[in-house]
Design a protein around this ligand. Structure first.
Ligand code: CTP
Ligand code: MN
Ligand code: MN
Ligand code: MN
Length: 414
């Protein structure tokens, strides 16, 4: 009797959270092209409620969950959420080995410039597009225009452009976690500092470090974030920080908005001392050559980086910092760090929410809502039929309440 493996004939489940989606799969030649089209669609629209970008993401997710390389278009037609446009792209890659549409996007200066500008911390697609339409093409065009009133985060984003556009390695993330944890333990022994986000899903590089802080005793996390930040500031480890208070309102769960969470948090930029980073850093990109894509920039298969080499060159090369002595090499590297505080009773939900992927969470929440009449957030799960909250002390509990098979973080890479 064969062991219970998923049969090829079995149709793929509709919700991404019902599937296993790993970082490495069999269809990168298609998903890299679709990821680029998703990103490009996001540049054209304003990011939120972007149905075109979402359609590309969903098509790519179905291909990522496939157990073998796709070899014919008929098979793609049978997969869930593969729209007409995505089918055409897949067909082009099957027939020609690349997508003309993707190639054209890469060849034009819109995509490249948008990548450059949205790479500035504090700059989203709307601002980047406005600058593109004004005629700006380089970071110096932005820096040298005195009529622009840049926000504080955008200014530091320009100053630290190169640092913040160099992927954070897992080793660096571990160093930052240790730095934060040692301060946290001094303030509140027994508190937990967990590396979440992409690194928890098994990525070896990321755009930032996501640290979820909690304490097994409810209430002991109160006040911890500002105290930790004060200590880090005292050690001159922060280049930027912006803190938001906890705005969690238990009565809001029954309302429609449940995508954003309300934890106390800090979006920051750490100064990571270069002497702490070992020489084994900045591993070379994995040598995959995705179809329809020229000169892949990084090993992150989720996010295409076509213009990267040009962008960094345009960014103006050397890593000097414009504070004080302008020619002095700085001794640290800027790294984006998100610190989130969750009380014990919400910890399991916070862990699921901050582990991601963003798209996995989206599917979990839709599944909870449409298939189980439950509202899932990063704080709670609420049964809208029984009118009760469902407490969870682990991620397994969360999946169990939703009557879904448990997925390891590494299986949530959709
Ligand atoms: N997240 C969230 N609320 C926010 C920002 C992020 O719930 N305001 C969640 C995202 O849904 C994601 C996780 O936190 O699941 C990490 O987000 P992010 O750092 O943006 O993405 P990663 O998956 O970590 O990818 P990367 O490596 O690029 O950082
Ligand atoms: Mn497989
Ligand atoms: Mn992250
Ligand atoms: Mn983050």
């Amino acid at each position: 009797v064969p062991v219970a493996t998923e049969s090829i004939a079995e149709p793929m489940p509709k919700y991404e959270c019902q599937r296993i989606t790993r970082l490495k799969h069999h269809n990168h030649r298609f998903t890299t092209a679709l990821a680029l089209l998703e990103e490009h669609a996001g540049y054209l629209q304003s990011g939120k409620q972007d149905s075109r970008a979402l359609a590309f993401r969903k098509a790519a997710c179905s291909l990522k969950a496939l157990h073998h390389p796709l070899t014919n278009i008929e098979e793609a037609r049978k997969l869930p959420h593969i729209g007409r446009h995505s089918l055409e792209v897949i067909q082009d890659i099957l027939e020609d080995g690349f997508s003309r549409e993707v190639q054209d996007i890469c060849d034009g200066d819109f995509y490249e410039t948008m990548q450059l500008f949205t790479g500035i911390f504090g700059v989203g697609a709307t601002t980047a597009r406005k600058w593109y339409e004004t005629g700006f093409r380089t970071l110096d065009d932005i820096r040298n225009d005195s009529t622009l009133s840049l926000k504080r985060d955008q200014k530091i984003g320009l100053d630290l452009y190169q640092d913040l556009n160099t992927p954070v390695s897992l080793a660096e993330a571990d160093i930052i976690q240790d730095l934060v944890n040692s301060e946290v333990q001094k303030l509140q022994p027994g508190a937990t500092v967990v590396l979440t986000g992409g690194f928890r899903r098994g990525k070896t590089e990321g755009h930032d470090v996501d640290l979820l802080i909690s304490h097994p005793t409810e209430g002991k996390e109160t006040g911890l974030l500002s105290a930790v930040l004060a200590r880090l500031r005292g050690k001159d480890l922060l280049a930027y920080e912006t803190m938001s208070a906890n705005t969690y309102d238990p009565s809001s769960v029954s309302k429609k908005e449940y995508t954003l969470d309300h934890f106390e948090r800090c979006f920051s930029i750490f100064k990571l001392d270069k002497s702490l980073i070992s020489s084994t850093q900045n591993a070379k990109p994995t040598s995959e050559s995705p179809a329809g894509v020229v000169q892949q920039g990084t090993s992150n298969p989720d996010r295409p980086h076509q213009g990267e080499e040009v962008s960094l060159e345009r960014a103006g090369g050397t890593a000097s910092f414009s504070e004080g002595d302008k020619t002095a090499e700085k001794t640290w590297v800027g790294r984006r760090v998100d610190l989130i505080i969750a009380p014990a009773s919400q910890y399991a939900y916070a862990l699921v929410g901050w582990t991601g992927s963003k798209h996995f969470n989206r599917s979990l929440r839709l599944y909870a809502d449409h298939e189980r009449n439950m509202k899932l957030t990063s704080h709670v799960l609420y049964d809208t039929v029984k009118h009760q909250y469902l407490p969870a002390s682990s991620e397994e509990d969360v999946f169990h309440h939703l009557q879904l098979p448990y997925r390891e973080p590494a299986e949530r890479n959709c």
